[in-house]
Design a protein around this ligand. Sequence first.
Ligand SMILES: Nc1ncnc2c1ncn2[C@@H]1O[C@H](COP(=O)(O)OP(=O)(O)O)[C@@H](O)[C@H]1O
Ligand SMILES: Nc1ccn([C@@H]2O[C@H](COP(=O)(O)OP(=O)(O)O)[C@@H](O)[C@H]2O)c(=O)n1
Ligand SMILES: [Mg+2]
Length: 223
Amino acid sequence: MQVRQSKMDLHKEGDTGSAKQKKVKIVFVIGGPGSGKGTQCKRIAQQFGYTHLSVGEILRQETSSGSETGSMIQKIMKEGKLVPSDVTVRLLQQAMQGIDNDKFLIDGFPRDEENVKVFEDLTKMEPEFVLYLDCPQDEMEKRLLSRNEGREDDNIETIRKRFKVFVESTLPTIEYYESKGKIRKVDAGKSIDEVFESIKVIFSPGKDNKVPPSKHKCKCLIL
Ligand SMILES: Nc1ncnc2c1ncn2[C@@H]1O[C@H](COP(=O)(O)OP(=O)(O)O)[C@@H](O)[C@H]1O
Ligand SMILES: Nc1ccn([C@@H]2O[C@H](COP(=O)(O)OP(=O)(O)O)[C@@H](O)[C@H]2O)c(=O)n1
Ligand SMILES: [Mg+2]
């Protein structure tokens, strides 16, 4: 099976790439826990032909593998903390390498500046742009408490810790991509359909996806 001979342009460490390789388009999707990343990614993937990879889901799958890494991941997730980036990026790379598509939506990544650095170092790639789902914290809390997917981290204690991680560690990555003109922010506090309408504009061919002129103001509360 020639899994590696896909359309992928996944550079390995030290690989500067070659003209033969096809360019892979990557869009990162970030937003607080419960902002609707998974919900909107499913729709975007369906309508615009992207492969949706949820990094949280990839990590959860590893927890059921019975490996030592899996147990470590499970403990970290239960505490609402972040898994070390080398582990996360390695699993993400593995997932991407098995897929024959050249358009990826990476949901829930990056979560902090270390995620960004390790991704850039290992893959030598950058996202085309970063979709930021900006949602008020009370709305995210309400959604998470009624998500009902049986997740160990969807309890009020862990949810609050995850909000803190979002504000302290993830928001700085938004500043980083903003400085590169790569943030596409949508108001994610509206209904699922309304949010998708705003997202469609960003993904529609022919749109130049320029950053809005004003700097983003986060709707999430600073804890
Ligand atoms: N715009 C929305 N309005 C109301 N509920 C939503 C909206 N978007 C998502 N949800 C619901 O909120 C919960 C969290 O959404 P999800 O997509 O899993 O968010 P995330 O991946 O960002 O944590 C799910 O139960 C989902 O059905
Ligand atoms: N880049 C990432 C993504 C998720 N995670 C871990 O996985 C958990 C769940 O992530 P998720 O994206 O599935 O969560 P939601 O924001 O979708 O609710 C996070 O709280 C982290 O513990 C991580 O460590 N690093
Ligand atoms: Mg999710």
